[in-house]
Every structure is written in C-alpha cells, then in structure tokens.
Write a protein that binds this ligand. Structure first.
Ligand code: GDP
Ligand code: MG
Length: 425
C-alpha cells in the first residue's frame, strides 16, 4: 500500500531496473519520475501499470492475505516507530450445505440486531450487511460485525483465485438433524486448501530469516453454527446431535473446543432465535483474538461484491472495504473499469449521516460494506477497487487491465485449440 522504490519493484518483478525506470518516466506524473533513481518511490497503481506493460502481474498484498505481514508490523510498531492501525470489524461469511438454513440464519441475524432503519423500498444489491457493535449499556458502539451473504462455492473459489478473499471468519452452517453433507465437506476442503497455501507462504516468508520458529496461524478462521436445534427434543438429543457433528468434523481434521481443539461449535435456531446472541458474542470474541487491524488513512482498497443498474441511482457497485478510506470525489479503478465516486451509501442497516439506513456516508472504512455511485461501466464482482491519484491514471490502469485480460483470453483460446476438448481440465 505504500509507494515502492524502483529498485525494489524491478527486483520483485525480475526486471531490469532500467526498463522499469523508463516505463515510470514514460507514464508521466510527478517531476521525480522524470529524474528517477533506483530510490524513487512509485505509487502502487504506477507499479501495476509498469508491470502490466512489461507482462508481469503486480500482486497487491491486500488484507487479509497479508495478515501475517501486518501483524508483524504491528508488533514493530510497539517499539515506537510505526503507528498501530486501528481495529476493524470482522468479516463473516456464511457457508454450508443447501437447505441447512443459511438464508434463514442470515435473515435472523439481520433482524435480531438491526430492527431499526429499513430504507424505504430501495432495492439492495449489496451482498453484505453490518451488525452494529454493542457499547456499554447496550448502546451502539464498539466494533460491529460485517456479514457477507452466502457467496456460493463458485464465487468463493473465484474470490480465492483473485486473491480477493474478503473474509476473516467462515461460519459453517450445519443442520442439527442432517449433519455433515456433501457441500459441508466441500467447504472444509476449500478451507484446507486455503490454509495450506497460507502456511506455505508463511514458511517461504520466514524461511530466509535464520530459522526463527514462529507459530503459524491462518488469517481465515472457522466457526460452526449447528442450526435447527429447535427440532431436537430435550437436552439429551441436543448433546447427542452436537457430539455426532463434532466427531464427524474431527474425522476431517476440524477439532472443536469440546474435543480439545479451538473451533467453536455453537448451537442455534434461526426460527426461535435461540443461541443467536451467543453466536454473535463468540464471533466478537473470535475477532478480538484475531486482532484484525487496518489502516484507515491511506488510499482505499476494497473488493467488488456486486454491481448493476439501480433505478434512480444509475450504476451502483457494492464494495467491501478492506483498507484505507474511500470518500466522495475519489477516483477509483474497479476491476477493468473506472470512475469518480459521486456518492457513497451505507449498508441498509448501518445508519448514514441522516440516521437513515442505507443513507449517504462521508467515508467508507475497512470492513464496511457500502454502495458506490459514479462508475461508468459495469465492473466485475470479485475484482478489486483501488483509489488512484487522477482520472488519467485511472483510465490508463483500467485500459491496461482490460488489455491484459484480453491477452489472457486470447492465450486461453489458443491453448484450448491446441489441447482439444478432451485434454482440458
Ligand atoms: P439454505 O439453503 O441453507 O439457505 O437454507 P434455508 O435458510 O433456505 O432453509 C431451508 C429450510 O430449513 C427452510 O424451510 C427453513 O425454514 C428451514 N430452517 C432454517 N433454519 C431453521 C431452524 O433454525 N429451525 C427450523 N425448524 N427450520 C429451519
Ligand atoms: Mg439459501
């Protein structure tokens, strides 16, 4: 997120410093770009442009993927030099087998905590909602919880592949009466892959540093909600159902607290509301332990959850903020499109300036789901949104991304033709 010296950029992209410097110069920009030296620092969008032009992919280390890195930075900060970033709300993603009660649970969570502020009849294409925090005496305050609507497995996979996994906690929904089913296991497999990747990154990062042993802890954590417990009769059936599910989970390497592990398993009923406050408390507790932090001051970054035309608004894109801040008037690149932010609307149930849910907000901050007006064309969900310095630069980055995507598509088509249908995956 911070500007990167030309020297380092060249190194990271395995390119000659001279080539990188020349591109930086040709992009135009502040005067120091014209008289660049190896130490000249360039903004990340410039870095991306240079990379795209030279056929490289510049991967932003955006949270939560760089959680490990910024955790260690926070530690450094206690020495005095670096500022501690403020805590941010956790982002919870509800997943599980079809008909196990995801939608009903989401609805119950949405309502139980947020009966207030339903903006009058505006279609919400948000894909996320926010449960306000609870301050002392039960008033609003403290950190809230952002809940992502069930993205579906394909969407989740796509988000992982884009490196835009905007989730801190996966809340796995398991029906008390049906137990682990096919799609439940699919979620577990996906988590396993994610954890394996993170751990490998962790080892690579630590590998070169004199073998200092540190304990790996993944950025994505798991909680289990056992739903439909209202269908069980009495404490005995409840215990039996929970125990069965916990042992089934253990068979797949997921150890619940009851079995000596650290995965919380919470019985709930979305129909009676039983266990819901406990579930939210535990999510808050889990978030506290994860100590999720993000810079609020830098240029904003987020991930596109959804986008489309809305009557009376024009092009609206739903964004989950992950880093920095987004304000009205900011120029953004959203996937392969760009625009100038005309207006930012809060999630339906996080009050805006006028106290109305879904109303305008001044600033979008990390973990906030917002709707953004001002894009020119339809961006693709799952891709990232970044704030850049000028319209010229936004246009250039968007164009370079479109061209890179075009090249990829072309290469894929070519590969398909060479391989023939049978040999494709
Ligand atoms: P999804 O496919 O995971 O989104 O599942 P739904 O939320 O659509 O729920 C599937 C069915 O289970 C619906 O008929 C719900 O009414 C029912 N259901 C969901 N949660 C509960 C619950 O806590 N208790 C009971 N008794 N039924 C539930
Ligand atoms: Mg559903």
């Amino acid at each position: 997120h911070e500007p990167i010296p030309v020297r380092e950029l060249a190194q990271k992209l395995s390119l000659k410093m001279k080539d990188v410097g020349e591109r930086v110069l040709r992009l135009g920009g502040p005067e120091e770009y014209y008289n660049w030296t190896p130490e000249t620092k360039v903004d990340l969008d410039v870095a991306e442009l240079v990379g795209l032009e030279l056929g490289r992919t510049v991967k932003r280390m955006a949270p939560p993927e760089n959680l490990l890195e910024y955790r260690s930075r926070v530690r450094e900060g206690r020495g005095g030099r670096r500022v501690e970033w403020p805590l941010r709300p956790p982002v919870v993603c509800v997943m599980g087998h079809v008909d196990h009660g995801k939608t009903t649970l989401l609805d119950a969570l949405r309502q139980s905590e947020v009966a207030a502020a339903e903006a009058g009849g505006i279609t919400q294409r948000l894909g996320a909602f926010h449960i306000p925090g609870v301050g002392e005496g039960g008033e609003e305050g403290g950190l809230g919880i952002t809940v992502l609507d069930t993205p579906g497995h394909a969407a989740f996979k796509a988000m992982r592949m884009h490196g835009a996994l905007a989730t801190d906690i996966v809340l796995l929904v398991v029906s008390a009466t049906d137990g682990l089913q096919e799609q439940t296991l699919e979620v577990l497999r996906m988590l396993e892959e994610q954890w394996a990747e993170e751990e490998e990154d962790f080892r690579m990062q630590r590998g070169g540093e004199g073998g200092k042993m540190e304990v790996f802890s993944p950025s994505l954590s798991l909680m289990v909600a056992v739903t439909k417990v209202d269908k069980l009769h009495g404490e005995e059936e409840m215990q039996a159902a929970l125990s069965k599910i916990e042992h089934a989970l253990a068979a797949h390497g997921i150890m619940s607290e009851a079995l000596g592990g650290d995965v919380q398993v919470v019985p709930v009923s979305a129909v009676t509301g039983a266990g819901l406050p406990d579930l939210l408390d535990r999510v808050r507790l889990q978030a506290e332990m994860l100590e999720l932090r993000a810079d609020r001051e830098g240029p904003g970054e987020g991930v596109i959850l959804d986008a489309g035309m809305e009557r009376g608004f024009g092009m609206v894109m739903s964004v989950l903020m992950r880093w920095g801040s987004l304000v009205q008037g900011d120029v953004v690149v959203a996937g392969e499109q760009w625009g100038r932010v005309k207006k930012i609307l809060g999630a339906r149930n996080s009050p805006g300036k006028d106290g109305e849910g879904g109303g305008a907000v001044d600033r979008a901050l990390p973990s906030m789901p917002v709707r953004v007006l001002g894009l020119r064309d339809l961006p693709t969900p799952g891709q990232e949104v970044i704030v850049v310095k000028s319209e010229e630069r936004a246009e250039a980055v968007a164009k370079a991304r479109r061209e890179a995507a075009e090249r990829r598509r072309y290469q894929e088509t070519a590969a398909t033709e060479v391989l023939g249908e049978e040999e494709q995956e």
